[in-house]
Design a protein around this ligand. Structure first.
Ligand code: GDP
Length: 281
């Protein structure tokens, strides 16, 4: 009867609290809503009905990690491992906050969500990682590339400020970023390596013009606010590797597709992103 079902649901909720949060950012049209919907559909949480998503609002969903995806704390989980049985019975849950990527809503929702979540000390809202989704078939367009890189630059600058303000002993708590290079199923898609290079060189350009602007502004005052500059302030070209080295913020570009080949297993095009998420858990 009903009381038993409720009891089981309650027990499960207590047994595995979804305390790991991930923030989904990226420009509008990248596939964030489609990704969230897919994660919900393939989750083994039968007690929740999929929520309705629009690209205008931020939504928070609880989903599960497929049992065969290893986690950071359980790295060597194999098919023969008894813990796999346990993972199947009681899947690892995590939460994803989807945010609108539209230019106007970005500052008010995506960026402010990142600021709030990355500062949170509450275990329930603590941010484990940022998934920044890009449309690999749209990056050949100059304006789209600039828009995407500007958004990513702003996200990385927030994480850099957070990293620099924290004590050096807490290095391991830096929030990592996954650049999810989506839509690899399209024949016009750029491969992940090219996506990485394009984003790095565009961010370098943004950083240079920002530095110049700040230098010009500081010519009178004599003060230069290098807090506002991403990466180090010497002349070296920007790269994600450099950012990791200098600041400790890790950025990884990994390809995939939400709407893959229908022949493929449901959601297999997002497997490597789930593996990245698993490593953060
Ligand atoms: P959002 O604005 O980032 O939430 O983007 P949406 O999730 O609304 O996706 C924008 C469009 O891209 C939709 O028409 C999706 O069906 C499509 N889309 C999302 N992922 C993929 C993918 O992996 N491949 C292809 N071909 N289309 C995709």
């Amino acid at each position: 009867g009903v009381p038993i079902t409720l009891h089981i649901l309650f027990f499960r909720a207590v047994a595995s609290p979804p305390s790991s949060n991930f923030l989904l950012l990226g420009p509008s049209g990248a596939g964030k809503t489609a990704f969230t919907t897919l994660l919900e559909a393939k989750s083994s949480l039968s007690n929740t009905s999929p929520s309705t998503h629009t690209s205008q609002q931020s939504t928070l969903v609880t989903v599960t990690l497929p049992p065969t995806v290893p986690t950071g704390s359980n790295r060597y989980r194999s098919v023969n491992d008894p813990s796999l049985k346990e993972a199947t019975r009681n899947p690892i849950r995590y939460r994803v906050r989807d945010t609108p990527g539209h230019g106007k809503l970005r500052a008010s929702q995506g960026i402010s969500e990142l600021q709030a979540m990355s500062q949170s000390k509450d275990i329930k809202t603590k941010l484990r990682g940022v998934v920044f989704m890009v449309d690999t078939a749209a990056l050949l367009d100059e304006a789209t590339l600039r828009d995407t890189a500007t958004y990513l630059h702003d996200v990385l600058l927030i994480l850099q400020k957070r990293a620099k303000n924290g004590s050096s002993s807490k290095r391991t708590t830096e929030i990592p970023v996954l650049v999810a290079a989506n839509k690899l199923d399209l024949f016009t898609a750029l491969p992940p390596g090219a996506v990485k290079e394009k984003l790095e060189s565009e961010i370098d350009r943004i950083r240079k013009s920002k530095t110049k602007g700040l230098l010009d502004a500081s010519a009178d005052s004599g003060l230069m606010d290098d807090e506002e500059i991403l990466g180090n302030d010497d002349q070296e070209a920007f790269s994600f590797k450099l950012l990791e080295h200098e600041v400790g913020v890790k950025v990884e570009v990994v390809g995939g597709s939400v709407k893959g080949d229908p022949q493929e297993e449901l959601g297999s095009g997002v497997r490597r992103w789930e593996e990245w998420i698993g490593m953060c858990l």
